[in-house]
Ligand binder design. Structure first.
Ligand SMILES: [Ca+2]
Ligand SMILES: [Ca+2]
Ligand SMILES: [Ca+2]
Ligand SMILES: [Ca+2]
Length: 255
C-alpha cells in the first residue's frame, strides 16, 4: 500500500516538477545574454541557432545581431544574405523564415504536414497549424517615390514610382484595390494606362502611360512626382504587381 502511494505521488508530482524546471530554465534563458551580443540565450538557442557563448558565431568579424539587423546570415562567413540561404531546404529562405517566425531548421514548423515553403508559396501562414492566409499589402511612400509590397510580414519586392505632382497630388491614407484592367483609357488625360488597378474612386496604380499615337512616357519620370494623381510604375514591375494583386488588396499611401 505504501509503495502504491509512493508511485502515485511520483506520477502526480513529476509532470508538475518537470514543467517547473522547464519554465524556470526558459525564463532564465530569456533574461541571460551570455555573450553580450544583444540576443538573449533563448533566442540564440531556439530561434536563430547562433552560439550563445560567442557574439560572432561564424567568426567573420561581425557580431550576430549586427548581421541579422542588416539582413546577413550569422551562420556563414562569406557575407551571405539571409535570403540567399535555406538551411532546412524547405523552399523558404532564412530571411523569410525569420520574418515569419518559422523554424530555420524544421521544414514543417507548424507540423501540419505541409512544408514551410509550400505554405508560403500558396499564401498560407507556415507558423500557424490552422489554414490561415497571410495578408497581401501594398505600401507607397510618396516622399521616397517607392512602392513596396508584402505577404504578411515578408517584403516581396520594391520599385520606384512616379506619383502625383504638387497641383494634382496622390491622396495619402488607407485604401483597397477596387478594379483592375489590363489597359484602361483616361478620358481626362487622353492616354492609355496599362496594368491599371484603381483605388479611392478615380486614382490608380498603372504602368507608365501611352498616348494614342503610340508614344510612351519615358522611364526618366520614375522617381519624380509628375502624374495627375495616379501611381506610375515602370515596364515590368507594373505587370508583376498587377498579376500578384487581387481586388480588395490593402493599399497604404504615406508621405
Ligand atoms: Ca547572446
Ligand atoms: Ca558573424
Ligand atoms: Ca523551416
Ligand atoms: Ca506546415
Amino acid at each position: 500500500m505504501k509503495i502504491f502511494f509512493s508511485i502515485l505521488l511520483i506520477i502526480l508530482l513529476f509532470p508538475i516538477g518537470a514543467k517547473a524546471v522547464c519554465d524556470c530554465l526558459s525564463n532564465d534563458f530569456d533574461l541571460m545574454d551570455t555573450d553580450n551580443d544583444g540576443l538573449n540565450d533563448s533566442q540564440e538557442l531556439y530561434f536563430y541557432y547562433t552560439s550563445r557563448e560567442s557574439a560572432d558565431s561564424d567568426g567573420d568579424g561581425y557580431d550576430d545581431r549586427t548581421e541579422l539587423i542588416n539582413g546577413y546570415s550569422p551562420h556563414f562567413t562569406n557575407k551571405a544574405r539571409l535570403i540567399d540561404y535555406d538551411q532546412d531546404r524547405d523552399g523558404l529562405n532564412d530571411g523569410y523564415e525569420l520574418a515569419l517566425k518559422t523554424d530555420l531548421r524544421n521544414s514543417d514548423s507548424d507540423e501540419d504536414g505541409h512544408s514551410d515553403g509550400l505554405e508560403f508559396t500558396n499564401g498560407y501562414d507556415p507558423a500557424n497549424k490552422e489554414a490561415v492566409k497571410l495578408e497581401k499589402r501594398i505600401e507607397v511612400n510618396l516622399t521616397a517615390q517607392r512602392l513596396r509590397y508584402f505577404l504578411g510580414p515578408v517584403k516581396i519586392n520594391e520599385f520606384t514610382v512616379s506619383s502625383g505632382k504638387a497641383v494634382t497630388p496622390t491622396p495619402s491614407g488607407e485604401f483597397t484595390i477596387e478594379k483592375k484592367s489590363e489597359r484602361a483609357w483616361s478620358e481626362m488625360a487622353g492616354l492609355w494606362m496599362p496594368w491599371w488597378m484603381s483605388f479611392n474612386g478615380v486614382y490608380a496604380i498603372h504602368e507608365l502611360p501611352e498616348w494614342p499615337d503610340g508614344t510612351k512616357e519615358g522611364t526618366n519620370h520614375l522617381g519624380v512626382p509628375v502624374s495627375h494623381g495616379c501611381i506610375r510604375l515602370g515596364i515590368g514591375p507594373a505587370k508583376l504587381l498587377y498579376d500578384w494583386t487581387p481586388i480588395g488588396t490593402k493599399l497604404i499611401v504615406s508621405r
